[in-house]
Design a protein around this ligand. Structure first.
Ligand code: PLP
Length: 374
């Protein structure tokens, strides 16, 4: 049996081990401490943000970012339909209602459809409160067009940058766009704390509010005093140490991801009927193969699975999810669904060895060749 090639494993080594051991020895075994402060400062510098609050997951970060941005129960919010479930789930936590916006052909939220949604809703007297664009597969969406549309109709932008840390757009880093942004440090992300996330804030005051909400909304008095419902969302000091060690390796991680993408791109250029999804200015977090023939992804996925190679279909769009049955389909054109039917995520682990990459490439090529002879 061939050695398994997983979809996307974290790259952790001696630097991470030492950082975690040091944090443990420091005695700061709590969801606060010097490693948390250092990690937040490093993230602020990386994303051009004046203040950052690290939390226990990307989902928690998005939830708090939406609350801090003023989204409340009953508000309607424009959300990218091609994304991971958490982007829409956090709106449901609040009682807000997602209005799904389809993507352009690259899978990123279409600024034209967004503008249409914002203007139609404004004209009908039911303005959209906020916009949540997503940097899907690490590729920044057209943030300037989205910001302009949102500004024209008074909507606040909360950017889901869970996947895009390390990417750059128009000279600015992913995470710097939107009033608030959220990043994820899940085990499969470009930088991991095993589980974790961060809210990237526009000011120290905003960060204070987010930190307060993340700390059970506890009032600053010695006894336990609460005037509103809060959450227990803070990141452990031990995990923040892991995050800092990972951040110090970000250039190396980004370079490995690019090498993987370019190897797959070379493969796709040799084979008919497929191409790689263009990473544009993204961080190459995940390499996505697009097939010309809709529906052929399952066959390739199954074939590769028999050889121990893990793949994953492109995200099933949110407007097709049973949990969102009955949602507004006014701004759905079919682009996200087309990518779901034709896209397959290939193994993209930072530490993939050259021979593992070759095995995936040979496997895709042989499936392709075998089928073209049928
Ligand atoms: C686009 C997107 N948003 C939100 C999340 C949620 O992050 P987490 O898993 O850290 O809660 C993820 C990843 O898991 C994601 O890919």
């Amino acid at each position: 049996m061939n050695e398994a090639i997983p979809l996307c494993l974290p790259s952790v080594g001696v630097a991470e081990e030492a950082a975690v051991a040091n944090a443990l020895r420091s005695g700061w075994v709590a969801p606060a401490g010097p490693q948390v402060d250092a990690f937040e400062a490093e993230l602020g510098a990386l994303t051009e943000r004046p203040a950052v609050v690290s939390v226990s997951s990307g989902t928690a970060a998005l939830h708090l970012a939406c609350l801090a941005a003023g989204i409340r129960a009953g508000d309607e919010v424009a959300v990218a339909t091609l994304t991971f479930a958490a982007t829409a789930n956090v709106l449901s936590y609040i009682g807000a209602v997602p209005v799904f916006i389809d993507s352009d052909e690259s899978g990123l939220m279409s600024p034209e459809l967004l503008r249409l949604a914002l203007s139609e809703r404004a004209a009908s007297g039911r303005p959209l409160k906020a916009v949540v664009p997503v940097d899907v597969y690490g590729r920044p969406v057209d943030h300037s067009a989205i910001a302009e549309a949102a500004r024209d109709f008074g909507a606040v932008v909360v950017s889901d940058a869970a996947e895009s840390l390390g990417a750059q757009l128009d000279g600015h880093p992913a995470g710097s766009f939107g009033k608030f942004a959220a990043v994820s440090f899940n085990g499969n992300k470009i930088v991991t704390t095993s589980s974790g996330g961060a809210v990237l804030c526009p000011s120290q005051d905003a960060a204070d509010r987010v930190r307060y909400l993340a700390t059970q909304a506890r009032q600053p008095v010695p006894h336990y005093e609460h005037t509103e419902v809060g959450f227990n969302y803070r990141l452990s000091n031990i995990l923040a140490a892991l995050g800092s060690a990972q951040l110090s390796r970000l250039p190396e991680i980004l370079s490995a991801k690019r090498t993987i993408y370019f190897a797959y791109r070379e493969m796709a250029s040799r084979l008919e009927g497929m191409r790689m999804l263009d990473p544009a200015e993204g961080n190459c977090w995940m390499s996505v193969l697009i097939l010309d023939t809709p529906g052929a992804t399952a066959a390739i996925g199954d074939d590769l699975a028999t050889q121990g190679i893990e793949t994953r279909p492109v995200f099933k769009p949110m407007h097709l999810q049973p949990v969102h049955a009955g949602c507004d389909l006014s701004y759905i054109t079919g682009n996200a669904e087309a990518l779901f039917n034709r896209g397959i995520v290939l193994p993209s682990s930072t530490d993939m060895r050259a021979e593992q990459l070759e095995r995936v490439i040979d496997a895709v090529a042989s499936v392709k060749t075998a089928r073209s002879h049928v």
